[in-house]
Design a protein around this ligand. Structure first.
Ligand SMILES: NC(=O)c1ccc[n+]([C@@H]2O[C@H](COP(=O)([O-])OP(=O)(O)OC[C@H]3O[C@@H](n4cnc5c(N)ncnc54)[C@H](OP(=O)(O)O)[C@@H]3O)[C@@H](O)[C@H]2O)c1
Length: 505
């Protein structure tokens, strides 16, 4: 008999729906909750990916009732939902939305929250399962975690899971991240902790693993024998928006390099995992992060910059120091670039150039493998003047896809070889649009699938890379660059020192 794949529980096409549960969001009135989390909850509900027995709880200081809260949540979800709006879907969700008012240091509020969870078990059959999302300022983590511990809310017991979602930044250096990890681990067991790096929820980042490990074409050349260098870029055209307070304290290296870029490096450089499971993938990533080397000559190979007034898309853009809330003599970097090595047999000698910045010419995130030149070209030099390195570019955002750049003959009677591009665009090959990163990651939390969440050891290994850079930069002034340029000159000099150039994505 031919097996019916639709009946096969292992069929990956069948949607995975979590067990009955509650999602508790601390900081539900904040920016992240409104822009990302609430829309993601709606989108999941709209796609039928939430369990029938589901409840959404929020805790914040404002004096709201369940109805006010349901209204705010509806507006936020409606504004930013990815999938079409269906009132009936929201109505169903709204019936299980609860708001608990109180401050994080208020014992009564947490007792009330614990009671509400208990009541929902009876009234909504959530089975005692709950995920707690810390969408709050990092300084508030200790007090909230302690409250959860005090009330017994954090305890997973047989037949009931309790999970916690921690937002970045995971500390500000190695010492503080260790402290934070120790605190989180003292309240929740390691497998119940989900650290969000939303980049890992992006479809193309996951496709990087498919590209490498599901094909025979790429892996044989995915090493230092063939790859000359790797460039990982996360560029933003926007400035800091209204987040001066946060950004002044953080800067580009802590905000992006420490997490997103090092995670992309780890996924690019890691060995094949024994199986596609959280444990094995995280093990391989950790091995890479531990093998990352920092250059001795940081003056040349670790560059930070700060944008000055300039032009972007025909509009004047003010300089960082003129942004509201930024000190007139601020030395916070809005651009960071570094050359790292990965000391493994596969990558020894291959530089990994990482860069990130704000107010760059365009918003783009990509990983580019720059291949070595052919060892011999049987053409006249003049025939190949316009031939560059072969490149494999994985574009994470926008226009998610993969581009292969290679030499081709220019049509005509003479032999002239020039670079051409072959493009794969997600939007063209698949009719289904990609879920938002938060949608995917929230679902994974509720399913208990930790594959796309970095483990604490990865976070600590990443800080071990960043700390020496921060130490070197402390007390220095970032190089200026004009808004609308690809960072400071020193970043170009960094690559020029080794005879290379940045890609212009
Ligand atoms: N926004 C983003 O795009 C983004 C991106 C990546 C990571 N993150 C991270 O996500 C977390 C949240 O960021 P956010 O931008 O959403 O922050 P936010 O807009 O400042 O929101 C903070 C939330 O915490 C609540 N809160 C603060 N102190 C409280 C207290 N003592 N008692 C009760 N509630 C309190 C606030 O509620 P009330 O003031 O209403 O009481 C508000 O709902 C942070 O860890 C941030 O680093 C944010």
């Amino acid at each position: 008999m031919i097996p019916n794949p639709l009946r096969d529980p292992r069929d990956r096409r069948l949607p995975r729906v979590p067990e009955p549960c509650a999602l508790v969001v601390f900081g539900i009135t904040g920016d992240l909750a409104r822009k990302k989390l609430l829309p993601a909850v709606y989108d999941l509900a709209n796609r039928g990916l939430l369990p029938t027995n589901f409840a959404l709880l929020g805790l914040a200081r404002r004096d709201w009732g369940d109805t006010d809260f349901a209204e705010l949540a509806r507006d936020a979800a409606r504004k930013a939902a990815r999938t079409p709006w269906r009132e009936e879907v929201w109505e169903r969700l709204a019936g299980s939305v609860r708001f608990v008012q109180g401050s994080f240091d208020d014992d009564n509020a947490f007792d009330h929250l614990a009671d509400t969870l208990g009541e929902l078990e009876g009234s909504h059959g959530i089975g005692g399962n709950a995920a707690f999302y810390l969408s709050i300022p990092p300084a508030m983590f200790p007090v909230v975690l302690k409250q959860m511990q005090r009330t017994g809310m954090a305890e997973s017991t047989p037949g009931r899971w309790r999970r916690v979602v921690v937002e970045k930044p995971f500390g500000t250096d190695l010492a503080s991240s260790r402290e934070l990890n120790a605190l989180v681990d003292s309240v929740f067991t390691a497998e119940d902790v989900f650290r969000i790096d939303h980049y890992l929820g992006k479809e193309t980042v996951q496709n990087l693993m498919a590209l490498r490990f599901a094909n025979t074409l790429f892996e044989p050349v995915w090493n230092g024998h063939h790859v000359d260098s790797v460039q990982i870029t996360m560029a933003e055209d926007v400035g800091i928006g209204g987040r001066a307070g946060f950004y002044e304290e953080t800067g580009a290296a802590r905000d992006v390099l420490q997490n997103h870029l090092l995670q992309l490096l780890a996924l690019t450089a890691m060995e094949e995992p024994v199986e596609f499971s959280a444990e094995e993938i995280r093990t391989e990533k950790l091995k890479v992060l531990r093998a990352v080397s920092i250059p001795d000559d940081l003056r040349t190979f670790a560059v930070r910059g700060q944008y000055e007034q300039g032009w972007l898309a025909g509009q004047r853009a003010r300089g960082y120091r003129q942004e509201e809330g930024v000190a007139a003599d601020s030395t916070t970097e809005t651009f960071a670039a570094v050359r790292l090595g990965v000391e493994t047999r596969r990558w020894a000698g291959v530089p990994f150039y990482l860069r990130t910045g704000k107010r760059l010419p365009r918003r783009v995130t990509e990983i580019a493998l720059m291949f070595k030149r052919a060892p011999h070209l049987p053409f006249a030099d003049t025939d190949t003047q316009e031939l560059g390195n072969n490149q494999l570019v994985v574009r994470v955002q926008p226009d998610e896809g993969v581009t292969l750049k290679f030499g081709s003959k220019v049509p005509g009677s003479v032999m002239e070889v020039r670079d051409v591009s072959m493009d794969f665009l997600y939007g063209e090959q698949f009719t289904e649009t990609s879920p938002e990163a938060y949608e995917r990651l929230l679902l994974d939390v509720l399913l208990g699938d930790a594959t796309l969440f970095p483990r604490n050891a990865e976070v600590e290994a990443s800080w071990a890379v960043i700390d020496p850079l921060e130490e070197f930069w402390a007390g220095t002034t970032p190089h200026p660059y004009r808004a609308g340029e690809w960072g400071p000159r020193a970043a170009d000099d960094m690559l020029a020192a080794e005879g290379r150039r940045w890609r212009r994505p």
